[in-house]
Every structure is written in structure tokens, then in C-alpha cells.
Design a protein around this ligand. Structure first.
Ligand code: HEC
Length: 129
């Protein structure tokens, strides 16, 4: 265990923190965030994104583009907040996000558990937008 008495291990979580707390408090839209992701998740996410969890048709790159920068109406994932990405994947999975436009995502999330979602999000977030 490193850090002070209040330290705890990250485990299977994503924690995003403002790089500059003062600029974050000032609601500076250019204030950056740093994401801490589970060990090994970026490498695992790359496999999920490129090979698919349940086959290549479900690989993120099949629809979101080889660099995950989006294709036409399909939104980009590269460089976006990993917390946001996981929330959306969960929303597709639970049906909270159920617009017809999201139908292609349903077979994708059906094959993913929360750790898969965290891994895919960690990889996407690690890419240049
Ligand atoms: C078969 C095509 C397809 C595949 C494969 C696919 N997606 Fe998507 N994805 C879409 C479409 C289409 C949308 C847009 C849905 C909408 O407009 O509501 C979307 C939206 C999303 C969103 C919401 C983005 C936003 O701006 O709110 C996330 C996050 C996402 N996909 C992640 C993934 C991940 C991670 C993978 C791989 C594990 C993946 N997608 C694989 C088609 C796909």
C-alpha cells in the first residue's frame, strides 16, 4: 500500500481526477483530467476493440473506425472520458439508453461484463482524439 493512511487500491475501478484542481473549480473547459484505470485494462481493451468480444462483427473498430475516431454518424471514442464511455455502455445494457440509433450497440454490450466495459473504455480513452 502506498500513500497515506487513507490509501486504498484501485481494484476494478476507473478514477478520474482534475489535473489542476483550481482550474477545475473555476469550471475552466480546457482543464484536463487524468484517468487511473485497472492494471492491464488498456491491453485487454485493445483486444476487445480490435478482435471483438464474441467475434469481429462486434469489435469496436468495425463500426467506430480503426482508430476509434468515429465514422459518419457513429461517434468517436478515442480520447474521451473513460467514465463516460462505461456509463454509456451500461446504459445500452440496461436499456436506459434505448433510442433506435443505438440498436447496433445492443449485441455488443450483451457480450460484455463490467470489466470488459472498463477495459474497452480504458483503451479508447488512451488514444489520441
Ligand atoms: C455494429 C456497430 C457497432 C459496434 C461493433 C460498436 N458500436 Fe458503439 N456505437 C454504434 C452506433 C451506431 C452508436 C451510436 C448510437 C446512437 O447514436 O445513439 C454507438 C455508440 C457508442 C457509444 C456512445 C457514444 C456517445 O457519444 O454517447 C459508446 C460509448 C460506444 N458506442 C462504445 C462502443 C464500444 C466500446 C464498442 C466495442 C466493444 C462498440 N461501441 C462497438 C455502433 C457500434
Amino acid at each position: 500500500m502506498v500513500g497515506g493512511e487513507d490509501a486504498e487500491t484501485l481494484g476494478q475501478r476507473i478514477v478520474e481526477v482534475a489535473v489542476d484542481h483550481e482550474r477545475h473549480e473555476l469550471r475552466d473547459p480546457a482543464s484536463g483530467y487524468r484517468a487511473y484505470v485497472p492494471q492491464g485494462s488498456i491491453a485487454r481493451g485493445r483486444t476487445i476493440a480490435q478482435a471483438g468480444q464474441g467475434g469481429p462483427a462486434l469489435a469496436c473498430i468495425a463500426c467506430h473506425g480503426a482508430d476509434l475516431r468515429g465514422v459518419g454518424a457513429i461517434p468517436p471514442l478515442a480520447g474521451r472520458s473513460p467514465t463516460y464511455i462505461v456509463r454509456q455502455l451500461l446504459a445500452f445494457r440496461t436499456g436506459a439508453r434505448s433510442a433506435a440509433a443505438g440498436a447496433p450497440m445492443l449485441p455488443v454490450v450483451a457480450q460484455m461484463n463490467v470489466d470488459d466495459m472498463i477495459a474497452a473504455a480504458a483503451y479508447a480513452a488512451s488514444l489520441d482524439p
